[in-house]
Design a protein. Structure first.
Length: 114
C-alpha cells in the first residue's frame, strides 16, 4: 500500500467508498467522472503503479480483475449488449491515477475511441 495513493486508501478501507465488489485481491467502484452511461473501475488492492510495472507474478490479480469485470457485466445487466475493458497507461495514454485499474464501460455503442 502506498500511503499517498487514493486507490490504496479506498482498497484498505481508510477511505470509505461504496464498493460493487470487494475481495482479497481487487475491489470495484463506479467512476466519479463517467465516460459512458455505465463506467466502473476494477482495482487491485496491491499498489501496482501501472501496466509497465506488471510482472508474471501478477497473473492471479490480473485474472481476478477480468473475472470481476465479467461478473459485474452480468450483474449490472450489460453483458449481452457488450462492453469495453480499458487500462490507461502513462500520461499520453490518459492515466490520471498511478495505481493500475481497469475501466469497464457500457450502456451505449462505443466508438473506436470510447
Amino acid at each position: 500500500m502506498s500511503s499517498d495513493c487514493l486507490f490504496c486508501a479506498m482498497g484498505s478501507g481508510v477511505m470509505d467508498v461504496p464498493k460493487l465488489h470487494d475481495d482479497d485481491l481487487v475491489f470495484a467502484i463506479r467512476d466519479i467522472n463517467p465516460r459512458a452511461p455505465t463506467h466502473l473501475l476494477v482495482i487491485p488492492k496491491e499498489h501496482i503503479p501501472g501496466a509497465l510495472d506488471i510482472t508474471e507474478a501478477h497473473g492471479p490479480v490480473l485474472g481476478r480483475m477480468y473475472a470481476v469485470a465479467a461478473a459485474l457485466a452480468r450483474s449490472e445487466g450489460f453483458a449481452d449488449n457488450g462492453f469495453r475493458l480499458a487500462v490507461n497507461c502513462g500520461d499520453d495514454g490518459g492515466q490520471t491515477v498511478y495505481h493500475l485499474h481497469m475501466h469497464v464501460l457500457a450502456g451505449r455503442r462505443l466508438g473506436p475511441e470510447g
